[in-house]
Design a protein around this ligand. Structure first.
Ligand code: MRU
Length: 324
């Protein structure tokens, strides 16, 4: 899917065009943002999702705000509203702070957003080139959620490493967790990998352990929403369970992310794990599956400790958190 980009800046009409990821895989539709408030809606409603893609979109949100009104007060309001869209992925705050710094220095915010966008493409490409070295011909690779082109500006992070393994001539195939409750694995990862001709099989989340037990998974790779300086990794809910399963079955567990996903300031206790609406768990395709009156817990992310992680692939190095 390196030719399909989820984030497009329309220079003629000065608008942001996003693939509407809520509609995939059945419809390829676009969501147009003409104001920063449209970007706020797009991020909150998960028209666009995935840590790097959220960051890039938010940067364009700041650019749209400046095009509308470049008063300090208006820009600060846009910054604050965009910041409140989702709490866990650090790329959002990274991109917004970068834009705010640039604004204070008098740098044009559209130029800044375009720079962040282009840089993200290059970062993902480098992650792919480096990450693919960890894969061998014939590997069956399990992934969770969607850390692909749709979650970034192009290529993806975890899926970039898989793409580049294919470009290097390795015959790799993928097992994609469906990733309840939003089903990013089933709806997005399977779509983009199948589109690219990478053999991909969908499984329900609870099948992963049984496949590992049967020796049917060679490696696991996921993306990240935030990585702390001690290498705790925040990613889609279910990542932690997978990492424990991987440890038990002695399967390498890789995480791929660019520098914009690293948070060197906070500790585990400081991080807010997003909790989304109960409806996401209560309903499947509009049909209620949980009896009325039953409470629901719906964390969107979890935290995986470094001792469960074999390696973290960034754009310029492979980090081994447990090698002294
Ligand atoms: O809730 P989402 O779909 O935004 O969550 C996405 C993930 O957890 C991804 O794995 C992560 O953002 C990395 S994307 C390259």
């Amino acid at each position: 899917m390196d030719d399909i980009r989820p984030i497009i800046w329309n220079e003629d009409d000065k608008e942001l065009i996003l693939i509407d990821q809520r509609k995939l895989p059945n419809k390829l539709e676009y969501f147009t943002c003409k104001t920063y408030k449209d970007v706020v809606v797009a991020i909150k409603d998960m028209v666009v999702r995935g840590a790097p893609a959220i960051g890039v979109s938010a940067a364009y949100g700041m650019a749209l705000a400046e095009l509308e009104n470049s008063d300090d007060e208006f820009i600060c309001r846009a910054y604050k509203e965009l910041k409140l869209t989702r709490p866990t992925a650090v790329n959002l705050f990274w991109a917004l702070d970068k834009c705010m710094d640039s604004f204070k220095k008098g740098v044009n915010l559209l130029d800044e957003a375009k720079k962040i966008h282009e840089e993200d493409i290059q970062l993902c490409k480098k992650i792919g080139e480096l990450g693919q070295t960890l894969f061998d011909d014939g590997d069956v690779i399990l992934t969770h959620c969607n850390a692909g082109a749709l979650a970034t500006s192009a290529y993806g992070t975890a899926l970039s490493a898989i793409r580049f393994a294919k470009y290097a001539g390795k015959n790799v195939s993928v097992i994609s967790d469906e990733t309840r409750p939003r089903l990013q694995g089933a709806k997005l990862t399977c779509f983009e990998l199948h589109y690219e001709g990478i053999p991909t099989t969908a499984i329900s989340d609870n099948t992963a352990g049984f496949l590992m037990k049967q020796g049917k998974i060679d490696k696991i790779i996921v993306g990240a929403d935030r990585i702390l300086s001690d290498y705790h990794v925040f990613n889609k809910i279910g990542t932690y369970s997978l990492a424990i399963l991987a440890k038990y079955h002695n399967i390498p567990f890789y995480v791929a992310a660019p520098y914009s996903t690293f948070d060197f300031e906070n500790t585990v206790e400081d991080i807010e794990i997003e909790q989304r609406s109960a409806e996401e768990v209560m309903y499947v395709d509009g049909v209620r599956i949980v009896a009325e009156g039953v409470p629901v817990i719906n964390y969107a992310f979890d935290c995986t400790p470094p001792e469960l992680i074999t390696a973290i692939i960034t754009e310029d190095k492979i980090i081994y958190p447990n090698k002294k």
